[in-house]
Design a protein around this ligand. Structure first.
Ligand code: URA
Length: 232
């Protein structure tokens, strides 16, 4: 919405009055006086009219090192939830961009910016999600070729995007996928008669789990990490 429309809507004044205030330099947008009536007001900016707050909404982008045994949910009667690891004042605002299963560990991204999180997780965006994993049975050499061709998921009626498997040991590998379907990694290994025993997410697109964060710790994303997600 343009700034003059925004002021009109918030205060109930006329368009003429709104423009007058803006041109007179009585409006601040995110800390800067602006005389541009047509500048866009987004959900995450602060608007002051003659020093009075019309809108103040900060965008939050966080990474959390998810520990094992925490549910990727906001509340649950049975399990500890990941949101409980964050400061109370942020908990109500945030949602999870790409869940991890109860026993999975690693990079979890949380935000209050729904548009941004959709771009990080939407399968059409094809952003790489990298997992390190351990399996019950030795990983056969054919597994990489099967994953590269895509695995048929009967319940969704779709084939997974080509994924890359880097075999690190007899039962250890790094897998790069480009979607985030329900239990995707576990189901891919089930399709080749194997089973994932442990799963750790290392990165999502341009966001890599900070090695300085122990399990259960979090930090805000840097500007470069936020900007690495192409918002369309
Ligand atoms: N795929 C899974 O099977 N589990 C996860 O937690 C993440 C991806």
């Amino acid at each position: 919405m343009k700034l003059d429309q925004f002021i009109r809507k918030q205060t109930g004044c006329s368009q003429r009055q709104a423009r007058h205030w803006i041109i007179e330099g009585q409006v601040e947008l995110s800390g800067v006086v602006t005389r541009d009536c047509r500048i866009k007001v987004t959900r995450f900016c602060t608007v002051l009219l003659r020093g009075e707050v019309l809108q103040r909404q900060e965008a939050h982008y966080l990474m959390l090192h998810k520990p094992e045994g925490y549910l990727s949910a906001t509340c649950d009667a049975q399990h500890k939830v990941v949101l409980s690891l964050l400061p109370q004042e942020l908990q109500a605002e945030l949602h999870i961009a790409g869940r991890l299963d109860l026993q999975s560990t690693g990079l979890l991204v949380l935000t209050n910016d729904g548009r941004w999180s959709r771009c990080l997780t939407a399968p059409q965006q094809k952003l790489a999600k990298v997992y390190r994993l351990e399996t019950l049975w030795p990983i056969t050499p054919e597994t990489a070729a099967v994953f590269e061709q895509g695995v048929w998921f009967e319940s969704e009626g779709l084939r997974t995007q080509p994924a890359q498997l880097e075999i690190l040991g007899r039962r250890e590998a790094r897998l790069t996928i480009y979607e985030g379907r329900y239990h995707q990694v576990k189901r891919m290994f089930q399709a080749v008669d194997n089973m994932v025993l442990s799963l750790h997410r290392e990165s999502m697109g341009g966001i890599t789990l900070d090695a300085a964060l122990p399990a259960g710790a979090w930090r805000r994303l840097t500007q470069a990490e936020v900007a690495s997600v192409p918002v369309r």
